[in-house]
Design a protein. Structure first.
Length: 416
């Protein structure tokens, strides 16, 4: 009996130890599950947006519970094939709409914008977006100063002059003699550039003082060009000397007005002979000139320096003689253009062509074609308006016509 009782007690103790071990294992697994669930809940809470209910899923509305298993809080799972099919349908619809719009005839507003854009694009070569915005802003200010109800092409062209050449200096009053000399000077530039083959097309010539020092200027249409030939550089020198030669022909003496032109001619001539290798005497050698203010040792001898100076002087003298011969054969054009410039103060390309005739070496340039097309359309529009006004019994002279501030294409709008 003693042995049986001892065996029963041992079995009881072993069973109790086994049950306690199972209880510990269950407690550990329950703690692990609780920790993982709390971690998941924390990460889920952190990833949820600010509008998620603070009480958790228990406070979540039923329509939110139904979408918790979707991609990203409310975004529906879509089949990729269906999505691509819908995107293709939208692209086809946009393409058909664009094709229909392209087939439609342009509206008057679109035609007007095209004319404005082509002419102004030709008058503003190399402008950035900020420059164009500045021109539009200046055009609006000029229209307000003149009392007009809308901005016209004339206002935008005046704004271009202000941006390119500076503010008009009305306080800088020139004497009649100085004004006449400036007119001959600018006419000389215009005629030489008009008659030569490799010069840029002339767009405008003016004797209105602008900026800090300019008493007049001629605006040209430069090409998008980075390489120049010997002939082009030589004719650039001739065009720069045209103003000085025109003064010399008219008055027999020159003034200080050509100082900037001579500086430009000198730089071109030295680059021609010593940098680009265009001089036969110097040969195909390139000696870069030091920048202004820099001190550097010349990489050539005194004899070479003397030869360069002689070649530069010879080139400039040759350009001067050819410019004298050219303007000497167009004295009548010089007098007529100067007279018109003194009267108008600003001449456009069309007005210069009326005096000098068509350019003997006209070049075909896309920007210049845009300018000519827009100018032709503008002139035709003005003629049509004048014809309609005359056939309608002089509507422009009636009192009620004073409310109009001019056509948007009119170059000389009447104040409102």
């Amino acid at each position: 009996s003693t042995s049986s009782s001892s065996s029963s007690s041992s079995s009881t103790s072993s069973s109790s130890s086994t049950s306690s071990t199972e209880q510990k294992t269950q407690k550990q697994s329950a703690a692990t599950e609780a920790a993982s669930s709390s971690t998941a809940a924390t990460s889920d809470t952190e990833s949820r947006p600010a509008w998620w209910p603070s009480g958790g899923d228990s406070d979540m509305p039923s329509y939110l519970k139904s979408i918790t298993n979707m991609d990203v809080f409310g975004l529906l799972k879509r089949d990729e094939s269906q999505s691509s099919h819908e995107e293709q349908q939208q692209a086809n619809a946009k393409a058909s709409q664009a094709e229909a719009e392209s087939d439609a005839p342009p509206t008057p507003k679109e035609l007007l914008m095209e004319r404005y854009a082509k002419r102004l694009a030709a008058l503003s070569p190399g402008f950035s977006g900020a420059d164009i915005a500045n021109v539009c802003n200046e055009g609006a200010l000029i229209a307000v100063r003149e009392g007009c109800s809308h901005i016209t092409l004339s206002h935008l062209e005046k704004a271009l002059d202000r941006v390119i050449a500076g503010i008009e200096r009305k306080s800088r009053v020139l004497s009649p003699e100085e004004k006449e000399r400036v007119a001959y000077h600018e006419s000389g530039h215009a005629i030489v550039g008009w008659m030569l083959e490799h010069t840029h097309p002339l767009l405008k010539v003016s004797i209105v003082p602008r900026g800090t020092a300019a008493l007049g200027y001629a605006q040209y249409l430069p090409k998008d060009q980075y390489l120049y030939t010997k002939e082009q550089l030589f004719e650039m020198c001739m065009m720069a000397l045209g103003g000085r030669v025109a003064e010399e022909i008219k008055y027999g003496r020159v003034s200080t007005g050509a100082s900037d032109d001579l500086n430009r001619v000198t730089k071109i001539a030295y680059s021609f002979c010593s940098q680009y290798g265009f001089s036969d005497r110097i040969g195909p050698l390139s000696f870069r000139q030091p920048e202004q203010g820099q001190i550097s040792k010349r990489p050539y001898s005194e004899a070479t320096a003397r030869a360069i100076d002689e070649e530069v002087r010879k080139m400039v003298q040759d350009a001067l003689e050819k410019t004298r011969a050219l303007l000497g054969s167009h004295k009548d054009h010089l007098e007529n253009l100067t007279s018109l410039l003194l009267d108008k103060e600003v001449l456009s390309r069309e007005q210069v062509a009326e005096v000098l005739g068509p350019r003997p070496h006209e070049v075909h340039d896309r920007a210049l074609d845009f300018y000519d097309q827009a100018t032709s359309a503008n002139n035709n529009n003005n003629k049509k308006q004048k014809t309609n006004a005359s056939t309608s019994g002089g509507a422009a002279d009636r009192p009620d016509a004073s409310s109009s501030s001019g056509s948007p294409l009119d170059l000389n709008p009447t104040p409102a």
